[in-house]
Design a protein around this ligand. Structure first.
Ligand code: DC
Length: 222
């Protein structure tokens, strides 16, 4: 049976960088479920969907949606309906709407089915919000990554090469997304009872990867 390591946690807690390196060390495939929600958000924005209660339009947009990941020399590329959207899905406009779009039950059901299909045939390190609680309740290793709001905002600032005076707006955007992600009705951001919590606020990158890698080694050696 395929193996699954899942890493959940709020935006900016270090999930992506950790999951990518961990997948490399374990020889597993990295699955970025946030990128999938971002891709569909981009599709909704581009198709001019403004009324998120329009279920028939959402259904018809989703039914023609294809999301793929392809490895490249500069990392994993995200393909939406065969077009490379790797950079576009990180745009501010997508940041603005992604929590709202990912709270829609139709969107979540579509994505979760895709994620389970992907994991059925591959050993994965997947990152998201609801993986340990909802999508992969039987995952071999469940990690819940956290970091304080200030640390997370600073990381985002560096990631986006933004100016220091934008720190407050990053902080506000993260706090708003945390609130929507953890209070939505369908599969909210939540630590699974059997997940191991790792606080990365005071850890550097190598330390946080090492901690989780050792947890995985122990699990897969047994
Ligand atoms: O990890 P990220 O910031 O790229 O995720 C973008 C958004 O997608 C985030 O605000 C919440 C949503 N998301 C989700 O609801 N469930 C997941 N498994 C992954 C992401």
């Amino acid at each position: 049976m395929a193996k699954a390591v899942v890493i959940d946690g709020p935006a900016g807690s270090g999930k992506s960088t950790t999951a990518i390196e961990l997948a490399k060390r374990l020889g597993f495939i990295y699955l970025d479920t946030g990128a999938m929600y971002r891709a569909v958000t981009l599709k909704f924005i581009k198709s001019g969907l403004v009324d998120f209660s329009d279920e028939s339009k959402i259904r018809s947009l989703l039914s023609g949606t294809k999301i793929d990941f392809t490895p490249s020399q500069v990392g994993l590329r995200v393909l939406l309906d065969n077009s490379d959207v790797t950079d576009e899905i990180r745009a501010d406009e997508v940041d603005e709407f992604v929590s709202e779009v990912s709270a829609l039950p139709l969107v979540r059901e579509f994505m979760q089915a895709e994620q389970r299909r992907f994991a059925a045939d591959n050993d994965i390190v997947a990152e998201g919000r609801d993986l340990g609680t909802y999508v992969f309740p039987n995952a071999d290793v469940k990690i819940f990554l956290v970091a304080d709001l200030d640390t997370r905002a600073r990381r985002r600032l560096i990631q986006k090469c933004a100016d220091n005076n934008q720190l407050d707006s990053f902080r506000q955007n993260l706090a708003k997304r945390d609130k929507i992600d953890s209070s939505r009705r369908h599969s909210p951001l939540k630590k699974a009872d059997d997940a191991i919590e790792v606080d990365t606020s005071k850890l550097d990158f190598n330390q946080q990867v090492d901690i989780i890698y050792q947890i995985c080694r122990k699990k897969f050696a047994s």
